[in-house]
Ligand binder design. Structure first.
Ligand SMILES: [Ca+2]
Ligand SMILES: [Ca+2]
Ligand SMILES: [Ca+2]
Ligand SMILES: [Ca+2]
Length: 249
């Protein structure tokens, strides 16, 4: 009998270890001020999620890079608070559309309808790269001549960060994100979707850390990605690797 119970327990543990729990964003009715300070009382109620999954490059020490984040929502916006330790802030390319992934940047992945699938050159999902100058870039449908269309989407995300006053001078990065569906087009006036309790989206967060090299030194994220041919840097191509995010009370 005991043997049977242990067998069932082990089986249940194995099943759960293969399932990732959905991330939760809690509802806030507070007026949010995007100032890079968690000065809203409701931030205290939201839980921290780690930014500790390796995607690319070497694995950083805690003071080289470490981070965590929280999520909240109201009917108009998804709010994100990221707390990041990065020893050197580096923005080598002033052109926001040029090799932006090789500068320090926060990367917010959103798949509004949780469809999964390829989004590299379309808006089935977004991979918003938010640079230290707060400019937001993703890749849209190709240009007429077939070249890659790097698109500034600054109107989708308002963000502000500040560094702490004492060591390790953590950066607090606060974001208000408009959620667009796959009908988004740069050339048509399309409004963000209205958010509702229980809504589920595909979501992932990551940070590109570079401290002075030509290319980023490491890329760490919120989601454990199953490698494809040894490669875990798949989020910019497919929304299949995103986590689930659910909007809760
Ligand atoms: Ca604030
Ligand atoms: Ca660093
Ligand atoms: Ca989608
Ligand atoms: Ca850095």
């Amino acid at each position: 009998m005991l043997y049977q119970i242990i067998k069932i327990y082990v089986f249940v543990c194995i099943i759960f270890s293969f399932q990732t729990m959905a991330l939760e964003a809690i509802y806030t009715k507070e007026q949010m001020t995007i100032n890079g300070i968690a000065d809203e009382a409701s931030w205290v109620k939201a839980k921290w999620y780690p930014l500790n999954q390796h995607i690319l490059g070497d694995i950083p020490t805690q003071d080289d890079f470490s981070g965590r984040f929280k999520l909240m929502w109201n009917d108009k916006k998804l709010y994100l608070l990221a707390e990041i330790t990065d020893d050197i802030l580096f923005d080598q390319h002033s052109d926001p559309k040029h090799l932006y992934w090789d500068d320090d940047c926060l990367e917010v992945f959103i798949d509004e309808d949780k469809s999964g699938g390829n989004h590299q050159f379309n808006y089935n999902a977004f991979a918003y790269h938010i640079a230290l100058d707060n400019q937001v870039v993703d890749i849209g449908p190709p240009n007429k001549d077939g070249t890659t269309n790097f698109v500034l989407l600054n109107e989708h995300i308002k963000s502000k960060w500040q560094r702490g006053k004492v060591a390790p001078y953590k950066m607090t990065w606060e974001l208000a994100i408009d959620i667009y569906n796959d009908k988004y087009s740069e050339n048509t006036a399309i409004k963000p979707v209205k958010l509702e309790l229980g809504k589920q989206m595909g979501f992932m967060l990551a940070y590109c850390d570079n401290d002075g090299s030509k290319e980023r030194e490491h890329f760490m994220g919120s989601t454990k990605i199953k490698p494809k041919n040894g490669d875990k840097n798949l989020g910019y191509i497919t929304a299949d690797v995103f986590d689930s995010l659910i909007l809760v009370k």
